[in-house]
Design a protein around this ligand. Sequence first.
Ligand SMILES: [Zn+2]
Length: 116
Amino acid sequence: MRREEFETARKRLVERRQELAGIIQRGDARIAQIRSEREIEFGDESQSEQEQTRIAQVDEAEAAELARVDAAIARIAEGSYGTCADCAEPIEPRRLLASPYAILCASCAGAGAAKP
Ligand SMILES: [Zn+2]
């Protein structure tokens, strides 16, 4: 992986990390808001329950992505970024551009489902 590609990936990861942290924070704030509104209004309980569930699910997805971003940033720090965690072959630069936190090469990621 070339130096500039490496830097681009690192920058994108750090930006994505901030974005995700913001989304998670807003989701938490929204849930807190719904809860406090409900106490005051006694509004449509099932609707606000549904909204809380929906936000919690989004939060969960974002938190999972944040963990992957963190793992990729850690790999940059230790110098193993861009190398497949499974077969230790270099990960295709095109793949890293599409998914900067990929830790497996295309063939290992594709074979993942077939593994025991
Ligand atoms: Zn691999």
